[in-house]
Design a protein around this ligand. Structure first.
Ligand code: SF4
Ligand code: MG
Length: 335
């Protein structure tokens, strides 16, 4: 498969009154054409910041890309001037957020919001762009699109606004669609319809998708590959099959245990005890050490690297590390 996006050692900090938060701490991953990568993890783990950094939508300051590269279609987005970045956002990337009201303009008709980037970035004539807007609303399943293009966001229901936002995101046939909790605020039926729509677009247009969610049911349904984030790092990465059936990182195991099982109503959702580390001053060792049931002495002293433990399956944990420093292990562990 052809590589579309290559993120390497991305580090993003935010300046605050309390100091500098290390929100993203050395994230690396690839995305191929037509592939869906789900990024999962608790809130505050850095998944949204990672996505916003790829789109270059983090406010700078207080945000700052400390290091790393984001190669997309042959260019490093970290180094691209904002003017060039705007063209990329208008031509090759689309983004869907949790709350459509934050990205829809309340003072502009839906039709104009779809048509404007087409006129600006694709050089379409206004009448062509308007026809395309109608077509897109139809495609995302909005009834009476001819009428709806003339309406404003407040005249749409929540589910329809979400669809309209998808239509805007897809107007330019983006090579990459980034969706951050796209269905979290919606009821189950509309959620299912939106996910189906995204699947359909991926199949028809070959769009690659980065889907950020904490809902593992959504992940099971959508993901080709999964990246699990914790405390600003990717702690495990692999195919959906590998992650769901052979999770290797203790945090991934705990996340999977927290899904309520459909076949056993008595089983309660198990929250993971403890809290993630303070990202103003992350620990020197493994950031999961304070919550992990397998913590060894080495875990407190050294932070393991993300290692390939099976083909295409990576984990960042001393338990699976081929070169765990023996010196740090407890006596019992050394055998
Ligand atoms: Fe647990 Fe140690 Fe693995 Fe971290 S490195 S997840 S503390 S076993
Ligand atoms: Mg978020």
């Amino acid at each position: 498969m052809e590589k579309l996006l290559e993120v390497r050692d991305l580090r993003v900090h935010f300046r605050t009154h309390g100091g500098e938060v290390q929100a993203v701490r050395g994230v690396s991953f690839d995305l191929h054409k037509g592939e869906t990568l789900c990024i999962v993890g608790e809130s505050g783990c850095g998944k949204s910041v990672t996505a916003q950094t790829i789109m270059r939508l983090i406010p700078m300051p207080p945000g700052r890309i400390v290091s790393g590269s984001i190669r997309f279609q042959g260019q490093d987005l970290v180094r691209l001037p904002e003017r060039e970045m705007q063209k990329i956002r208008g031509r090759s990337m689309g983004m869907i957020f949790q709350d459509p009201m934050t990205s829809l303009n309340p003072t502009m008709t839906i039709g104009r919001q779809i048509a404007e980037p087409l006129i600006k970035h694709q050089g379409m004539r206004p009448d062509q762009a308007r026809a395309r807007a109608v077509e897109l609303l139809q495609m995302v399943g909005i009834p009476n699109p001819e009428e709806r293009v003339r309406q404003y966001p407040h005249q749409f229901s929540g589910g329809m606004r979400q669809r309209a936002m998808i239509a805007i995101a897809l107007a330019c046939n983006p090579a990459l669609l980034i969706a951050d909790e796209p269905t979290t605020a919606l009821d189950v039926t509309i959620q299912a319809q939106i996910l189906e729509l995204m699947q359909d677009l991926k199949q028809r247009l070959g769009t690659a998708i980065i889907l950020i969610t904490h809902d593992l049911g959504v992940v099971a349904r959508m993901a080709d590959r999964i990246a699990v984030m914790y405390a600003g790092q990717i702690v495990e990465q692999g195919t959906a099959e590998e992650i769901f059936h052979h999770p290797k990182h203790p945090y991934t195991e705990a996340l999977l245990r927290s899904i309520p099982r459909l076949d056993d109503r008595r089983e309660r959702l198990q929250a993971i005890p403890g809290t993630p580390p303070d990202l103003f001053a992350p620990p020197a060792g493994c950031p999961f050490a304070a919550r992990c049931p397998y913590t060894m002495r080495v875990c407190h002293d050294y932070d393991p690297e993300l290692e390939e433990i099976r083909p295409g399956h990576y984990a960042k944990c001393w338990l699976h590390h081929p070169y765990a420093p023996v010196v740090g292990l407890n006596a019992e562990e050394r055998g």
